[in-house]
Design a binder for this molecule. Structure first.
Ligand code: ADP
Ligand code: ZN
Ligand code: ZN
Length: 735
């Protein structure tokens, strides 16, 4: 008799190694072996770790007697649906990232460590018999409890999450302690179709209707919803979601990594009566697992999240929406360097459902995809309601008297807006008080020891801080070089603008919004409350303020310094500058009063600035696309960067030299495949490490992918690799 074949499983393990690991399934588990997508416990080195089964097989490249048996099976049902599993495999291949790390770095922490997937139960509340007998005059002295009781007496059962929208958890607890109400756990049931909506949809205006009619809900298709700020893109998202909810399917909505979640969430909750979960970086481990499990079970019908939410398992997806598709936060810049935007399109394809990418300033990649007929281009070119597009004015800084970076005429415009009882937004993409501290006598400049960068003066905290490695020291009042005492904080950051504006407008609230000012939780809420009150105020901030917010009474937006975006070595800098200016301008005049945008620059005649403000973003983007085509840069070719960094000045460069030699033996340079470098990174020294890049570009995605796949395992074995940290960045967003 033949010996039966061994049962071997290939397991993904959270490890930096670009391979999977084979294990034996011992006879004791042979009755019901683990399926693909299930977690198992396996010995790994001296430890036991949680791994995920990729496939079952009966042969291994390793000798059978060397294979270790698995120790336990955690899941009986696959943790990840097959379509999502395929997305991970696609992404690990495409981004040249170890599959184990790709899977585990995106799973909820509790699942990584082996916790059970919780069973989904819905918490509901109802009045007890005692509660039902409650007289109308009781609870008089506790109006909150009374209000909650009234709601519960009016209906037989109310879902806890709905109750908590209008009532406090404390009131629930108090009533429960009095035995007036009780908790009922239930298996989730889909919301009745006639009860999906809590408020009626808006009547679409003409171009919205046209866009809406163009969107198809059966099968895969990508739509670029290219709508000026305030044109009503969100209303289209809402009505698109309604469609798929009516088919009983789920909608996944991705938004950028910004402070917007609460307001966006509110708009969705206000419209729909269905279970909604949010996935963002602020969640506790338990809350994240819960949201993940609810999405997977199909109980949650709307899933709203930032970048990594693209990896949320869904039972029956019907639509993916990705708002502000041009936003850089969709690209993960370290570890597993994926683009959630690009993966969203791949996922939609694998799930065979539509995807809507929305933006007022679409990325050149997406515009090119429209030109290539890969996406359908839907344009909304007017603002919804009464609002009109703001008007632009350039202020020539060469001809202005400046104080703290603000020109006289700009200050006058701010004054006029305030006296008209309207609000002002002042934009400056530099936090801190001043970007430089220098000695008036000898010219010494405070620099970071570990980076090629200057220290930023933070006056409020009395510190000098490096914005690249977060090195901090107490501020100095004497020059360490000449002992002179005349130290000058040169240039402007938001902290300085805030101080100067407050001094100039002592009776008007001036609120700063940047990563420093919003570190404590209530700060952002205070800004929203003040801005939403409609009272005159001045908001000063970085790009945190530029995105997405809807404040109806802002009628003047001031861009303090447009010049930094005009001159940068990164080939995407003009694209980013245009997007940022248009987005920040889009905060102006969203209500009934007309808006204005003042842009301060030393280059008022710069052709790009002129094009942007006279012809608008789409013409601007067209020109940039033409330039990219001429210079053969993305999206007209494919790019990947190999980065390396080392503690000593030479190792990174030497590693990349060796990498280039290897690569050229695999694919010699040709008109279709080019190499550039090794070159020092734009900031060569950062956090004490020396950084180099090797740039690879190819006419065809397949060629570049083939090269990288062949190259990667060889790089791991290079002796030079031991001295450096290296990584591959496919479709890099930053040089
Ligand atoms: P966007 O997402 O494109 O920036 P929003 O969806 O936030 O635009 O819409 C801007 C404003 O216009 C919101 O206050 C919204 O309620 C309103 N709005 C959108 N569509 C309509 C419509 N069809 N009729 C009336 N008001 C609308
Ligand atoms: Zn530094
Ligand atoms: Zn000095």
């Amino acid at each position: 008799m033949l010996a039966s074949k061994p049962l071997i499983i290939r397991v993904a393990i959270p490890s930096p190694l670009r391979r999977s690991f084979d294990y034996l399934v011992p006879d004791s588990f042979a009755e019901s072996p683990p399926q693909r997508g299930c977690r198992v416990r396996v010995p790994f080195g001296k430890r036991e770790v949680v791994g995920l089964v990729i496939e079952s097989t009966d042969s291994s490249d390793f000798a059978l007697e060397k294979l270790k048996p698995i120790s336990a099976i955690i899941d009986r049902q696959p943790l990840l649906p097959e379509s999502l599993f395929k997305l991970f495999i696609w992404a690990a291949n495409y981004y040249q990232h170890p599959i184990g790390d790709a899977l585990f770095s995106t799973l909820p922490v509790l699942l990584r460590s082996g916790s059970e997937l919780p069973e989904i139960q819905i918490a509901n509340w109802r009045a007890t018999t005692l509660g039902k007998g409650l007289g109308p005059d009781s609870l008089k002295r506790s109006p909150r409890q009374r209000a909650l009781m009234d709601d519960l007496l009016a209906e037989s059962l109310i879902r806890e999450d709905l109750l908590l929208e209008t009532h406090s958890r404390a009131a629930l607890k108090q009533l429960r302690e009095k035995d007036l109400i009780e908790l009922v756990m239930q298996k989730p049931e889909p919301v009745a179709l006639n009860n999906l909506l809590r408020e009626q949809p808006l009547k679409l205006h003409e171009s919205q209707q046209k866009a809406m009619d163009a969107i198809e809900y059966h099968g895969f298709k990508s739509f670029l919803l290219d709508g000026v700020t305030g044109s009503g893109k969100t209303e289209i998202y809402l009505q698109g979601i309604e469609k798929v909810l009516r088919y009983g399917r789920q909608a996944l909505i991705l938004i950028p990594e910004i402070s917007l979640t609460p307001q966006t969430e509110k708009r969705f909750r206000d419209r729909f009566n269905v279970p909604l979960v949010t996935l963002n970086s602020g969640l506790t481990d338990k809350a994240r697992l819960d949201a993940w499990a609810r999405a997977k079970s199909g109980e949650a019908q709307i899933i709203l999240g930032t970048r990594s939410a693209i990896f949320t398992p869904l039972k029956d997806p019907g639509l993916i929406i990705l708002d502000e598709e041009h936003d850089q936060s969709y690209k993960q810049q370290e570890g597993f360097r994926y683009s959630a935007r690009d993966l969203a399109v791949i996922r939609a394809k694998q799930e065979n459902i539509p995807i809507i990418l929305g933006s007022a300033t679409p990325s050149l990649e997406s515009l090119n995809n429209c030109n290539q007929q890969r996406y359908q281009h839907l344009v909304l070119d007017t603002r919804a309601g009464k609002a009109v597009q703001p008007s632009w004015a350039l202020v020539d800084l060469k001809a202005e008297t400046l104080e703290c970076g603000i020109g006289r005429s700009t200050l006058a415009a701010i004054r006029e807006t305030i006296s008209n009882k309207q609000q002002v937004l002042v934009f400056l993409n530099r936090r801190g008080f001043a970007p430089t501290l220098l000695c008036h006598q000898c010219g010494w400049v405070a620099e970071c020891r570990s980076c090629d960068a200057r220290l930023t003066v933070h006056r409020g905290r009395g510190r000098l801080i490096c914005h690249h490695c977060n090195y901090q020291q107490r501020t100095v009042h004497q020059c360490p070089s000449c002992q002179g005492r005349e130290l000058i904080a040169a240039g402007e950051g938001t902290e300085r603008s805030e101080a100067w504006l407050q001094e100039s407008f002592p009776d008007t609230p001036v609120l700063r919004v940047d990563r420093d000012s919003t570190r404590n939780k209530g700060a952002m809420q205070k800004v929203f409350d003040t801005a939403n009150s409609g009272e005159p105020c001045i908001l000063v901030g970085t790009q945190m303020l530029a995105k997405g917010h809807h404040f109806a009474n802002i009628t003047l937006v001031v861009v303090l310094d447009a010049d930094s975006g005009l001159f940068s070595a990164d080939f995407r800098s003009h694209e980013r500058m245009g997007q940022l200016l248009v987005q920040v301008a889009g905060r102006s005049g969203r209500g009934s009063a007309a808006g204005k945008v003042i842009v301060q620059t030393h280059q008022p005649q710069h052709p790009l600035l002129q094009l942007l403000i006279n012809e608008g973003y789409s013409q601007y983007a067209k020109l940039l696309l033409d330039q990219r085509q001429l210079t053969q840069l993305p999206p007209y070719n494919q790019m990947a960067i190999i980065r390396a960094e080392s503690n000593n000045p030479n190792s990174a460069e030497m590693f990349l030299r060796a990498a280039r030699n290897l690569a050229e033996t695999i694919s010699p340079p040709s008109p279709d495949l080019g190499y550039l470098g090794p070159l020092p990174a734009l900031m060569e020294k950062r956090a004490g490490r020396f950084r180099y890049i090797l740039q690879l570009s190819g006419q065809r995605r397949g060629d570049l992918q083939g090269l990288l796949s062949a190259l990667c395992p060889q790089l791991e074995r290079l002796p030079e690799a031991r001295q450096v940290r290296w990584s591959i960045d496919v479709d890099p967003q930053e040089l």
